[in-house]
Design a protein around this ligand. Structure first.
Ligand SMILES: NC(=O)c1ccc[n+]([C@@H]2O[C@H](COP(=O)([O-])OP(=O)(O)OC[C@H]3O[C@@H](n4cnc5c(N)ncnc54)[C@H](OP(=O)(O)O)[C@@H]3O)[C@@H](O)[C@H]2O)c1
Length: 317
């Protein structure tokens, strides 16, 4: 009996240590208020995006939930308005898998909203298939849609400055790669259900997020707009909804035990959006509410420029 109790105690202790040391992550606290400011959070009907939008709403911002599913987004807006006591939380339709939808979103926004202080490029997918414009889903949604969105809104951000672009990337960028020949011939799509192909396309798109922010910072130098990329931590969200059921069966108990909840997972996004004095670090990468080194490919300025030029060509065609 006593051996069993000791065993259980050791297991619980190991769990607590692993959870707090490896998975829990840092909290961000700040008294910054956002009355009179406008923010956009893409993919904010659930997960990290919803938690981010809730915090920004509590600070008094006008929060635009830029989402593809009206029903889910209206429900999230209702929850956030209720919890924050802020009625300035509204849904605007945005499907990042369609460049036409991105353009329509930007036009509607620019017509109806006089300012933009923080743009949080949060939405992300890990799923097979192609976008409406025939790009691989991960590249199209995670990178290209956000690339176009940011560029269409930059002028408004410059007029509202100081303002910030915050892009949710991932540590997985380290194993990402960009094959320009595949992108150009639109052969980067994941057509089947192969987990590894999906996963690699996701990592590649996260490398694109990092390179985009690096090049954007160079182009914005001397303006009142700054930009940051970040890793949110390992967070229990709906991100894995498209992976095989048998893998989910294995992952879900582990995720429930160890992964952060979305509120904890929103802390570094909030840090990059709100922390005072980080403007000289524009273009850099954050994790755990602190500056982080990036993988070697994500430091490659030539690659960043090449990706920018290709993305410009893709999004204007
Ligand atoms: N969870 C993690 O451990 C982790 C780790 C590193 C990085 N990240 C990054 O964190 C970000 C947020 O992910 P999450 O974990 O919160 O996942 P999530 O719960 O699946 O949320 C993703 C959001 O993106 C939206 N979205 C997907 N495709 C879209 C499209 N075509 N147009 C507009 N919105 C779209 C989803 O909308 P629907 O509900 O309509 O699908 C959802 O609101 C992603 O960029 C992800 O890559 C997450």
């Amino acid at each position: 009996m006593s051996v069993l109790i000791c065993f259980i105690a050791v297991v619980v202790l190991c769990y607590v240590i692993v959870y707090y040391v490896v998975f829990r992550g840092m909290g961000f606290s700040s008294s910054v208020k956002l009355q009179g400011k406008t923010v956009i959070v893409t993919g904010s009907n659930n997960g990290i995006g919803k938690a981010t939008a809730l915090d920004l709403a509590k600070r008094g911002a006008r929060v635009i939930l830029a989402c593809r599913n009206m029903e889910k987004a209206e429900a999230a807006a209702f929850d956030i308005r209720g919890e924050s006591g802020n009625n300035q939380v509204v849904f605007m339709h945005l499907d990042l898998a369609s460049l036409k939808s991105v353009k329509t979103f930007a036009e509607t926004f620019l017509k109806s909203e006089p300012r933009l202080d923080i743009l949080v490029n949060n939405a992300g997918v890990l799923s097979p298939g192609r976008t409406d414009d025939d790009f691989g889903m991960a590249f199209g949604v995670n990178h290209l849609g956000h690339f176009l969105l940011t560029n269409l809104l930059l002028e408004r951000m410059q007029r509202s400055g100081p303002s910030r672009v915050v892009t949710v990337a991932s540590h997985l960028h380290c194993i990402g790669n960009i094959k320009f020949s595949l992108l150009t011939s639109k052969k980067d799509s994941v057509t089947g259900d192969y987990i590894w192909h999906n996963f690699q396309a996701y990592c590649n798109s996260k490398l694109c997020n990092m390179l985009f922010i690096r090049e954007l910072a160079n182009r914005l130098e001397g303006t009142c707009v700054t930009c940051y990329s970040l890793h949110p931590g390992v967070v229990y969200t709906e991100m894995g909804r498209n992976i095989n059921w048998w893998l989910q069966l294995f992952l879900i108990p582990f995720a429930k035990l160890f992964f952060m909840d979305p509120e904890r997972g929103s802390q570094t996004t909030l840090y990059c959006s709100l922390q005072e004095g980080i403007e000289p670090l524009s273009g850099r990468y954050f994790s755990n509410c602190a500056l982080q080194e990036v993988g070697s490919r994500a430091r490659d300025d030539t690659l960043a420029k090449k990706l920018w030029e290709l993305s410009e060509k893709f999004s204007s065609s």
